[in-house]
Design a protein around this ligand. Structure first.
Ligand SMILES: Cc1cc2nc3c(=O)[nH]c(=O)nc-3n(C[C@H](O)[C@H](O)[C@H](O)COP(=O)(O)O)c2cc1C
Length: 277
């Protein structure tokens, strides 16, 4: 049951919900309020566009009250200059303070992250987070011990590259080249039935990175942490990534570094104008 409810008294019959529904299952007939036929309900992707687009706040779906949404007006979004500064000024942070991030901030970021787009709005992402620096330290030690065992067993050939240096760096110099001393880890994973698991996971992490950095946190995408999880299934179980799920990892925490300016990579990607024959 998708619970598509229209307030007959406030609906102006403007038809915006009909026009905006990506599944085209909202209908109008005469002067009656818009409706979704029972036989079409299974085509609803639960995107809530009907609730979001209604100028009169007359539509509720899946039990959501439009009054609980944030009203959008011009100026509700960050200005382009602010967004561009964020995209240019965000950095991969590899030095962290030995402190926990405020759990209220973390809850706020992760809740908002549920709004990131997913293919066909399947959602179905899991955010696995180490929110405590002492737990992260235990995780780090287990990872380094595991990597040392894997190295000893000859399973870490040079083809694994940088990761083969992780255990020696840790045990010889106390240097953490995998988790960068970060107090927290976020692993986003996607259920196998997702339509676009890799895109969904990486988009969620990209959104997390921008939100977290706008809140003063440091983040770094961590391919090395992913390699560690690939090599050590026991740790993957600790994180709670189900076998067969796609996942990726990001470290975050309060930064122990402040960047004074942006880098200059505006020409970093080639822009190709498509010539349509
Ligand atoms: C998919 C991906 C994986 C990455 N993995 C690591 C990693 O394992 N360790 C690390 O220190 N940085 C990692 N990075 C960060 C990149 O090295 C970094 O983005 C790049 O050097 C540019 O620096 P910037 O992010 O500060 O602009 C990764 C970045 C991406 C996008």
């Amino acid at each position: 049951m998708i619970q598509f409810v229209v307030n007959d008294a406030t609906c102006t019959r403007c038809g915006q919900c009909v026009l905006d529904c990506p599944s085209q299952i909202i209908e109008r007939s005469g002067d009656a309020p818009p409706r979704i036929r029972v036989e079409n309900e299974e085509n609803c992707i639960q995107c809530q566009h009907c609730l979001a687009v209604c100028p009169a706040a007359a539509i509720s779906i899946a039990g959501r009250n439009p009054a609980d949404s944030i009203a959008l007006a011009s100026g509700s979004f960050p200005a382009l200059d602010t967004m561009t500064n964020l995209v240019r000024g965000r950095r991969s942070v590899r030095r962290y303070r030995d402190e926990n991030v405020d759990p209220r901030l973390l809850r706020r970021l992760l809740a908002a992250l549920g709004n990131a787009p997913t293919g066909c709005n399947r959602m179905g992402l899991t955010f696995s987070v180490i929110d405590d620096k002492d737990a992260m330290q235990r995780f780090r030690i287990q990872a380094m011990n595991g990597l040392a065992e894997v190295t000893k067993a000859g399973r870490l050939s040079e083809s694994f590259g940088f990761i083969s240096e992780a255990a020696p760096a840790w045990f010889d110099r106390g240097e953490d080249i995998v988790f960068r001393g970060a107090p927290h880890l976020l692993v986003v994973s996607a259920a196998p039935e997702s339509v676009c698991p890799q895109e969904d996971v990486n988009l969620a992490l990209a959104y997390f990175e921008l939100m977290a950095q706008s809140a003063g946190l440091g983040t770094v995408w961590c391919g090395l942490a992913k390699m560690v999880l690939e090599l050590l299934p026991d740790l993957r179980d600790v994180v709670g990534v189900a076998p067969g799920n796609y996942y990726y990892a990001m470290l975050f925490g309060l930064p122990a570094v402040r960047y004074a300016r942006t880098v200059q990579r505006d020409g970093g990607a080639r822009v190709k104008r498509i010539q349509v024959p």
